[in-house]
Design a protein around this ligand. Sequence first.
Ligand code: HEC
Length: 213
Amino acid sequence: MNRSFPRPIVRRSVVPAVIALLLVGATSAQSLVEASLVEASPLDRVQSAARAFSTTLKATLSSRIAEDGLAGAVGFCHTEAPKIAERIGAEHGVRIGRVPVAGRQRNPANAAADWQAVVLAGFQRNVAAGAKPGEQIHVQVIDLPGDVSLRMMRGIAVEPLCLACHGRSPPSDALQAIARYYPADTATGFDAGDLRGALWVEVPAIATKEPGP
Ligand code: HEC
């Protein structure tokens, strides 16, 4: 059930109960939720938002490539990827997006914020030491800005599907479209299995309701 959250990377800032919640099913997590300071709802939102975002992106990407070819799919990503993030964030009451590893970005608007860059650098170190990109997880519930109650990041691995637009030798129609929309692109040259970046989710503090009377 929590397939997308395997083997969390435990950090100093992570509350153990949160990690436990990620490891056990929602039902058995209930008692942990009650026993912890963290409600189930923000975590549930984070997990389902992350799942919905990556599933939707991949599914729409595949169908766009099939229908419009690579150049059309690049244009689609350009206009629709930010909107998909916006819509899924709104549906789940979170902020959500993707960030690239340092120095390998396509859209400058996706550049990592400071906290994201720090977490990503940790993911890169883990991956360089042999860990799997898709298994990199960071969950944080303390030491956060006042308007944030929970932050999550999950590593994004390069898959064969991605190589057409992020690989070592993308076809020329893809390259031309990429050059048109992203003249300063540095997001090609990846191999399958590389760490491409991370998906991030933030739960705004305002969306975290205290259990009321
Ligand atoms: C059809 C071409 C295409 C394919 C295939 C593709 N991407 Fe992208 N990718 C893009 C475009 C275009 C953007 C910029 C989107 C934007 O403007 O926000 C992007 C942006 C990204 C970003 C955000 C960071 C950045 O550099 O802007 C990540 C992460 C990413 N892609 C990962 C992947 C992964 C993982 C796959 C495979 C599952 C994949 N992409 C497949 C075209 C593609």
